[in-house]
Structures are given as structure tokens and as C-alpha cells.
Design a binder for this molecule. Structure first.
Ligand code: ADP
Ligand code: MG
Length: 634
């Protein structure tokens, strides 16, 4: 039979189809299996709606067969098949979808889960094959047809003997090249892996003969003398079903055990530990979808690196479209893993991307609420577990408070925890505010390397001694987060190492003002000795036992200075630092009487400043000089 050319500018189109619309060659298998499943669906629905076909759902299957020697991979289905005209129409015209027509013309179109719609998937076979043969016979027809093509040149159709209805697609796989190991598509394990990856939830069994081995009959048993006879194995072919068919998320919650959820999670998301929580939801409305999500117990090793890719797997009609769709989860919940399955999405032609993101946005919004509700529930009902999750992912949530100019702070502020000086464990802002003393106006916090260091800060001791609770912030992001929150239930935050801490009574204020005025001279000399390091030196009466401390003035605290300067991009900043000297400490008396000895005062100033830095957990610029000065004094 004469060779025919593809219709509709087809050569160019086909070339494009084959080489540029898909990012991964391996999806050809997904496309062919999807077509097979569509063909079976059509016959199945025909049986339900028109006439009895004599076929039950269990009779249908898709079969894969790899032949290494012949270099062929065959995909067979016992679906509806194609007549000569249909072959011509569907495979001879690019971008013509017989499946879409079927769905449009069917009364029960709402219930039909047909996958095909663009009429291009089939040609993806040419990404991995240099020749494709399609043998098909329509259900109820008496003739079989064979369609053969080697790509853009065209195709030919001839009559063929085919016993059963359905379609058989034989791919002649290309030879290996430097870039691509086409042999993979002849390897049974690789093929089986692709089926699990993309087509696990196709609702008909996808079967393949696989090499297996078993104990040879009559071996591995005990001999008459009671000794073991060594076992002998033999290899044989076993017809296996590669797909699990029914997605766990489509089952009823009540039918799924905790173990099933956990096993699914560990298997699909490569984790050793059970998830901390499972979220399984079904939504119906503007967009309908099923979602099955997991909150891991432990952060993956690369979670806080650039390599980590967030996102949920996206399925439509049981076929995987994307394995990490980032648009489905907000960044602050990026640790959540799982799957979303919706048939309401408009896909682009390669079915690798989505056409509109309006539907996705809707789904993301709902999903975000579900995750937030689950975390809130855990915080309330299983505090210990929540603290564990927060230890792993809290930094991400706190970053979410700060990120995007605080746009999401309201959603997150009740989920974050800070270590409390009173409770000696992490607490929520709500719990802090509920415990506040009647006269307390602000939420006190302090920053440092770790809770032990913060606990012994002079300022912490001072605030604690007045009976107030202090939140200890040990992550770089913490102070940025509370500054973004600004006020929680009308209470503002104050870093107790800043001069905004207004805890003294009027008399106390007057008293210390007098002390400072009287020693103006000495204080100025100390300031001069310390140069740019401090913006002011003053006496204070809020330190109990410590001689000195550092306080910052203005918005930028010492901890923020450290964090900002550690970032590679931002400009270097400098906090305005005040050296505060304990007016009640014996060292204060000494300093006051030292105005006559400038040299000595200078050395004392440097030592005190260095001490204040050490107490705050900051580094000393010149430790050798400091050590010499101390020795001299000794
Ligand atoms: P789509 O699946 O998006 O419609 P394809 O290029 O994958 O586009 O397939 C084109 C058409 O060819 C299908 O719509 C269908 O009518 C027909 N077809 C493809 N594979 C089969 C098959 N295995 N059995 C019957 N018809 C098929
Ligand atoms: Mg298709």
C-alpha cells in the first residue's frame, strides 16, 4: 500500500512534537499506557451504556512486553480498538483526539475519566523509537489493521490478521547514543519503575512477565537421614501486575489503617520514620480534588539547603503530571509531603504543566488551611509531638512570619514557639500573654547563642528578678520575626537588651539621672577611650550582680547586626551600642574617683567593654591586648 503523508503541516508539527514538547523522554510510556486505558474505558462504557459486550471489568488488562534481542517494547490492550478510518483519523492527523470526541459526544461525560484530550501523546513514542507499528482491531469488527511509521516521513496502513479486539503498539527502540541510554526502555526493572512512577493508579492492571526465581520442586527438604538437602533454585517467568490501581487517597478514610498510611508515606517519600501526622481530605466544589498529605517527623538532610525542592505530587485522573508541584504548598509549609489528585485541572499540551493557575491557587489556599488546622490540633492535643515538629521545621515557619513583609504573620503567629524563662520550655505567644502580670505592658525577649547564655545575661537576671517572664530567642530569624509581628494581642515586643526597656519607677529614674550627671566627666572619658565601639556610656541601676552590660539603642539590635552582617549580600550595618555600668557595683565607685588618672581609666574602660561583650556572647577584637592589660592589673 502506498505511503501516506501526515496531514496538517504535519511534518514540522511532528518533528516539534517528537523533539521539543516533552522534557523527559520516559513519559512516552505514560502516554501509551494512558491511551490503552482510555481505549479500555471506552469499551467498558460501551458495555454499560449501549449493549452488553459480554466483558466484565476484570477481563480488561494492559500488557507490556520487552524483547531485548528484537529491541522491541510492546504495549497491548484489549480495549475498543480502531477501524481503518479511525486509524487514519486518529494517528494520521496530529493534534486530533479521538478520545476527546468520544467524551464530548457521550451522554455520561461527567463520569468518564478519559485521560486523552490533545491528540499528541501517541507521537511521543517517536522520542524513543525509530519505528512504530500499531496493530489494531475494532471491537465487533472483522478486520485487523496495521499502521507503520518511521517518523515524520509518513505512515502506511495495511490489513492484517489480528485475532482479538484491541490494540498492540510495537516500538522499535532506538540504539543507544552518548546522551541517552535507550536500552533502559528494554529493561524490565526500569519499565516497571516507570509504571510505578507515572501510571501506578491506572485503574486496569498493567501486566508484564518478569524474571523470577523459586525453589526447585523437591529441593530444600530434609533427607531420610535428617540432613538438609541443599536447595536448588530455578528461574521462571512470572506475570506480574505492576500498578497498584487504586490510589490510597481515593479510598475511604475509614477503610485505611494507620499502618497503611505510614507504609505508603515511607515508601513513596523515602523516609525511615513514620510521619508525625497524616492529612487526608476530599474537596468538592469549584475545584474538586483528593489530597493526601504528611507532616514528617524529621527534616530531610537537605531541608535547609538550596537543593531542597518543595511541592506536592500532582495527579489528574490517576496519572502523575508533576512530582513536585511547588504551587500547591506555601513556602512556610514546604516540609509537607503528599499528593493532590484532581480531574478539574486544565493541562497544557505536554501534560507536564498546567494551563491556568487559578485552580491551583484555590487548591493551595484550601491545603494551607488544612495544614494549619492539623498543626494547631497537634499543638493542642499532643504538645510533645508538636514541639518535635517545631524543632525540625520551626525556623521555616518563623521565616514565613518575616517573609513577604509579614503578609502571612497572622496565619503563623500562633504556631510559633519560643523558649520561656518561666516555663523552661517552648511556649506560644498566647500562653505568654495569658501569664503576663497585670502591670506588665510589653512582651520581653532576649537574644543569644543558646538558652543557657541568655539565661545568665545581666539584663535577663534583672527582668527575671522583677518576676517577669522572658522569651529566649536563639535562631537568627527570631528577632526579625517578632519585629514583623510588632504587636501580639496589643502587646508590643521589647528586647530587654535595648534602652526601650522601661521598667524603672519615677524615683529610680530620677536617682540614676542624678548619678549620671554627677559623673558626666568620667563617663565621657570612658566613651572617648572606647571610640566608635559605643555610642554612649552610662550608669544604670538595673543590674543586680553584674558590673556591666551592653544595650542597643534604636531599632537595630546587636543580634540583628550579627545576622545581617553574616549575609553575603547585604551592606554592613552597625548597631548603636551603649555600655551600661552597674551604679551599685564597687567598680562604679572606683571609676568615679579615677578622673585624675586618664591612662588607668582608659585601660579599665577597655577591660569593662571586653567583659560586656563576653557576657553578651560576642567575640573580643583583640584578646591578647586584653589579657595583657588584666595581667598588668594583677
Ligand atoms: P489523546 O490521547 O490526547 O487523544 P493521542 O495522540 O495520545 O492523543 O492519541 C490520539 C488518538 O488515537 C486517541 O484520541 C485515540 O482515539 C487513538 N488511540 C491512541 N491509542 C489508542 C489505543 N491504544 N486504542 C485505541 N485508540 C487509540
Ligand atoms: Mg493520549
Amino acid at each position: 500500500m502506498a505511503k501516506k503523508e501526515f496531514k496538517a503541516e504535519s511534518k514540522k508539527l511532528l518533528d516539534m512534537m517528537i523533539n521539543s514538547i516533552y522534557t523527559h523522554k520516559e513519559i512516552f510510556l505514560r502516554e501509551l499506557i494512558s491511551n490503552a486505558s482510555d481505549a479500555i474505558d471506552k469499551l467498558y462504557y460501551k458495555g454499560l451504556s449501549e449493549n452488553n459486550t459480554g466483558l466484565a471489568r476484570e477481563d480488561f488488562f494492559i500488557r507490556l512486553e520487552a524483547d531485548r534481542d528484537a529491541r522491541t517494547l510492546t504495549v497491548t490492550d484489549n480495549g475498543i480498538g480502531m477501524s481503518m478510518e479511525e486509524l487514519e483519523e486518529n494517528l494520521g492527523t496530529i493534534a486530533r483526539s479521538g478520545s476527546l470526541d468520544f467524551k464530548e459526544n457521550n451522554e455520561a461525560k461527567e463520569e468518564i475519566d478519559i485521560i486523552g484530550q490533545f491528540g499528541v501523546g501517541f507521537y511521543s513514542a517517536f522520542m524513543v523509537s525509530d519505528k512504530v507499528t500499531v496493530n489494531t482491531k475494532p471491537f465487533g469488527g472483522d478486520k485487523g489493521w496495521s499502521w507503520v511509521s518511521e517518523g515524520a516521513d509518513g505512515y502506511s496502513i495495511a490489513e492484517t490478521d489480528k485475532a482479538d479486539h484491541g490494540t498492540e503498539i510495537i516500538l522499535h527502540i532506538k540504539d543507544n547514543t552518548d546522551e541517552e541510554n535507550y536500552d533502559d526502555y528494554l529493561n524490565q526493572y526500569h519499565i516497571s519503575g516507570l509504571v510505578t512512577k507515572y501510571s501506578d493508579y491506572i485503574s486496569y492492571p498493567i501486566k508484564m512477565e518478569m524474571d523470577s526465581s523459586r525453589l526447585k520442586e523437591g529441593t530444600g527438604i530434609k533427607g531420610e537421614d535428617g540432613n538438609d538437602i541443599p536447595a536448588e533454585y530455578e528461574s521462571y517467568k512470572e506475570l506480574r501486575t505492576l500498578n497498584s490501581m487504586i490510589p490510597l487517597w481515593r479510598k475511604n478514610k475509614s477503610e485505611i489503617t494507620e499502618e497503611e498510611y505510614n507504609n505508603y508515606y515511607k515508601e513513596k517519600f523515602f523516609d525511615w520514620t513514620d510521619p508525625a501526622a497524616v492529612i487526608h481530605t476530599k474537596a468538592e466544589g469549584v475545584v474538586s480534588y483528593d489530597a493526601l498529605m504528611f507532616i514528617p517527623e524529621k527534616a530531610p538532610f537537605n531541608y535547609y539547603t538550596k537543593e531542597f525542592e518543595r511541592g506536592l505530587a500532582l495527579y489528574t485522573n490517576g496519572v502523575m503530571i508533576m512530582d513536585k508541584c511547588a504551587d500547591l504548598v506555601p513556602e512556610y509549609f514546604s516540609f509537607v509531603k503528599g499528593v493532590v489528585d484532581s480531574s478539574d485541572l486544565s493541562l497544557n499540551i505536554s501534560r507536564e504543566m498546567l494551563q491556568h493557575d487559578r485552580q491551583l491557587k484555590l487548591i493551595e489556599k484550601n491545603i494551607e488551611k488544612k495544614i494549619s488546622a492539623e498543626l494547631t490540633k497537634m499543638l493542642k492535643n499532643d504538645r510533645e509531638k508538636y514541639e518535635g515538629v517545631f524543632r525540625e521545621f520551626g525556623v521555616q515557619m518563623k521565616f514565613g512570619v518575616y517573609d513577604n513583609f509579614g503578609q502571612n504573620k497572622d496565619k503563623l503567629q500562633d504556631l510559633i514557639l519560643f523558649y520561656s524563662s518561666a516555663e523552661k520550655k517552648p511556649v506560644t505567644l498566647k500562653e505568654y500573654v495569658e501569664r503576663m502580670k497585670p502591670e506588665q505592658e510589653k512582651i520581653y525577649y532576649a537574644c543569644g547563642e543558646n538558652t543557657e547564655l541568655i539565661d545568665v545575661l545581666p539584663q535577663t537576671e534583672a527582668v527575671k528578678s522583677k518576676g517577669y517572664e522572658v522569651l529566649y530567642m536563639t535562631d537568627t530569624i527570631d528577632e526579625f520575626a517578632v519585629k514583623t509581628i510588632r504587636e501580639y494581642e496589643g502587646r508590643s515586643f521589647v528586647n530587654i537588651c535595648t534602652d526601650n526597656l522601661d521598667m524603672d519607677s519615677e524615683e529610680e529614674k530620677e536617682e540614676i539621672k542624678k548619678v549620671n550627671e554627677e559623673s558626666k566627666n568620667v563617663l565621657e572619658m570612658i566613651k572617648e577611650a572606647l571610640g566608635d565601639n559605643v555610642t554612649e556610656v552610662r550608669f544604670t541601676n538595673r543590674l543586680n550582680n553584674y558590673p556591666v552590660c551592653l544595650t542597643s539603642e534604636g531599632e537595630l539590635t546587636i543580634e540583628m547586626e550579627k545576622a545581617l552582617n553574616a549575609m553575603p549580600t547585604s551592606e554592613k550595618v552597625k548597631a548603636q551600642v551603649v555600655l551600661e555600668i552597674n551604679a551599685g557595683h564597687s567598680v562604679a565607685e572606683k571609676l568615679k574617683n579615677m578622673s585624675g588618672d586618664k591612662d588607668k581609666l582608659e585601660r579599665y574602660a577597655k577591660i569593662l567593654y571586653a567583659q560586656a561583650r563576653m557576657i553578651a556572647g560576642l567575640s573580643i577584637e583583640n584578646p591578647a591586648e586584653l589579657s595583657n592589660m588584666i595581667c598588668e592589673l594583677m
